[in-house]
Design a protein around this ligand. Structure first.
Ligand code: AHR
Length: 669
């Protein structure tokens, strides 16, 4: 029996060995068939410095990015200044009656001219008002919310005030009482704790008694804001932005700088100082997009220029304000200020520099100091005009440049090349701007994924000694299934990554780059795709966000050549590559994009230095090109890290299909 068993086992063993040999042969021949791409990384031959500003963010108040978004105020139309003063508000009665009467302070007070008078007739019940928030009010169980209101009652009124958070069925999920109403305007504050998480809560203010009460600046903020600043910014969104470690923050846009007409343009001076004195205006995006109109979209400027500067400072980014150059949006009214009146626009730019950098003894420096920032913001850049074009722009830009260079030679000026990445207007802008001396020219491209894949060589032939490029607005629009608006699909992110290796490889030309737009509310957007999406409680990164993060957190300080057969990898065999080294971390970063459905074996030879054996590869990928992250599946496409190890002086990695990768190697000391 035993002999038989050994004989049988031997037979099984032989069969197993044979099969293994056969399988290995097939594997080897298939690997041989799959060509290995050899790349050399010339770590000892850096091309140029990479600017600390290289990867930044573009902030514009579009898609409810500021009010209803990063600005954590939860009450819409808090000061009754919307065109319809009761928009966002509704009356409510509980066995009582009354009226809501929008009222003027006095003619001539044009900053915050309205308040609300509530006539109350509720001796045995209550009458009041409810605010719907920005598509609801998001509250979390156990969290505290700071309620405040400016109020007064009329002589002989006997009125009590109660404030509730209610859910959509009217059930109370948090409450407070405001005692001590009197006949003088006073600010009342109280804390409400939410007993339940609710994405679409409302704020209800109930009055009992008889008489009338005046209200203004009705406000509700989460106590837990970014850096715990009262009346501050939404923490989860700020954390997502900070995680990008952006080199700069461009603000406040975008077309919002221009306005639909000049009256509607962004005027920074009306956005600083006490919040109740910032003049609210219509947001130019409110009725712009036919399928995504938002008549309730206004700019309260609670997030104004001081807050933008502070945001940039908080995250260690250079502030890059863009200033109106005397032109409104050329896609809309195209209003242009006559050259005889351009001085006031130029003065706005000069005053802005004073606001940011001036001493307390200067008019605008004092405004900054009074707002709680004695130190200068150390402004180094200013953008003149957003996406303007043609002679009208050049004529105006020239005047700005003349004065700014004369009065502030230390400030670098960013000019613009218009809305398209090429064509007559683009060429005209470049040829005229070359005769002037902006530090950077802002180029915009909202193009197809195919365009992005094909344009990774865009900057290879730009003049190394010429004006630098600011890739100030870009995003791949994939229009999947011929949809009018694109999603943040994996295809779009992959295409941007391929293109971004081209920005990375041309650090001598491209000094700044930012994806656009940055933020969008899932229930209130106008423009898609966008980098970060949020609802009233959550905030998610798109695949495009993670691509940006891979590049910005592996920026490096020197550009390093990556060559395949002596040439950069710019789409050969669907591969794209760039590299950089970082003097402070002692690391080498190799970015590799595989834009094909097959895995790609790559043999990398980093030259000139020795590297530690152990390294890391971070990969972002998805099998579905039209996959995207959502509030429900926020990490469907999410970077994963794997350990890798050098084999002598080489490193072999197998790039996953449709993947964006960064390899991190440590220099040996
Ligand atoms: O990013 C959205 C818009 O696109 C910007 O406001 C404008 O500059 C561009 O046309």
């Amino acid at each position: 029996m035993k002999v038989l068993a050994i004989y049988h086992n031997n037979k099984v063993m032989k069969k197993y060995i044979l099969l293994t040999l056969l399988f290995s042969a097939v594997l080897v021949s298939s690997l041989n068939a799959q060509q290995v791409t050899d790349i050399s990384v010339l770590a000892n031959k850096p091309v140029c410095d990479i600017q600390a500003t290289m990867w930044g963010v573009f902030f514009e108040d579009i898609n409810f990015a500021a009010d209803g978004g990063i600005y954590a105020e939860l009450i819409k139309n808090r000061s009754f200044e919307f065109t319809l003063p009761l928009m966002g508000w509704d009356d409510v009665s509980q066995n009582g009656s009354g009226r809501l009467l929008p009222t003027f302070y006095s003619p001539g007070d044009d900053l915050n001219p309205h308040y609300l008078t509530v006539a109350v007739d509720a001796p045995n019940g209550a009458f009041g008002l409810v605010n719907e928030g920005f598509r609801g009010i998001g509250v979390r169980s156990g969290n505290s919310y700071n309620f405040s209101v400016n109020a007064r009652i009329s002589e002989s009124s006997k009125i009590k005030m109660k404030v509730d958070l209610i859910d959509p069925r009217g059930e109370v999920i948090g409450s407070t009482e405001i005692p001590g109403l009197n006949t003088k305007w006073s600010k009342f504050q109280s804390l409400i704790i939410a007993s339940r998480t609710e994405p679409e809560a409302r704020l209800r203010i109930l009055f009992s008694g008889e008489g009338s009460v005046d209200l203004d600046m009705v406000s509700l903020f989460p106590a837990d804001t970014w850096k715990n600043r009262p009346g501050g910014l939404r923490k989860d969104i700020m954390e997502k932005i900070a995680d990008l470690k952006p080199g700069f923050v461009r603000f406040p846009g975008g077309c919002i700088v221009e306005g639909r007409n000049l009256t509607n343009r962004y005027q920074w001076k009306t956005t600083v100082g006490p919040v109740e004195e910032r003049k609210l205006i219509i947001n130019r995006w409110n009725m712009e997009m036919q399928n995504h109109q938002a008549p309730d979209y206004f700019q309260s400027f609670g997030m104004g220029f001081f807050e933008y500067f502070q945001l940039a400072e908080d995250i260690g980014a250079e502030p890059l304000p863009i200033i109106n150059c005397g032109m409104s949006c050329q896609f809309n009214a195209g209003e242009v200020v006559p050259m005889t009146e351009i001085d006031q626009y130029i003065q706005d730019a000069l005053d802005l520099i004073e606001f940011a950098n001036g001493p307390v003894t200067s008019t605008w420096g004092k405004v900054r100091v009074n707002m709680g920032h004695p130190a200068p913001f150390n402004l180094k850049f200013i953008g003149v005009g957003n996406e303007q074009w043609d002679e009208q722009y050049i004529e105006r830009y020239r005047e700005f440049e003349k004065v700014l260079h004369q009065k502030h030679p230390e400030i670098k000026i960013v000019s613009g090349a218009g809305p398209s990445p090429n064509g007559k207007l683009f060429d005209y802008a470049w040829s005229e701007l070359k005769k002037l001396s902006p530090a950077l020219i802002d180029e915009h491209y909202y193009m197809s994924p195919d365009w992005f894949m094909k344009n990774s060589t865009r900057y290879d032939n730009y003049d190394r000694n010429g004006i630098k490029v600011f890739a100030g607005e870009y995003a791949a629009h994939s229009r999947e299934a011929a949809a009018p608006e694109s999603r943040n699909s994996w295809l779009s992110a992959l295409a941007e990554a391929a293109f971004m290796t081209g920005l990375d490889r041309n650090a001598a030309v491209v000094n700044m780059a930012s994806y656009a737009p940055l933020l969008a509310h899932v229930g209130a957007w106008q423009w898609r795709p966008d980098l970060i999406w949020f609802d009233n409680l959550n905030c998610i990164g798109t695949p495009n966000y993670y691509v940006q993060k891979i590049f910005s957190t592996h920026k490096g300080t020197k550009e390093i050549p990556v060559l395949n057969a002596g040439k950069p990898l710019t789409g050969t065999d669907s591969l794209y590559a760039s590299a950089s080294s970082d003097g402070s971390t002692g690391e080498l970063y190799i970015k590799l994009v595989n834009n094909s459905k097959s895995a790609k074996p790559i043999r990398i030879a980093p030259e000139g230095y020795s590297f530690r054996k152990a390294g890391v590869i971070e990969t972002l990928k998805s099998a579905g090109l039209y996959d995207y992250n959502s509030i429900e599946k926020p990490e469907l496409i999410y970077p994963a890290e794997k350990q890798i190890s050098m084999d002598g002086k080489k490193l072999t990695v197998n790039l996953d299909p449709w993947s964006v990768n960064v390899i991190v190697l440590k220099y040996k000391k």
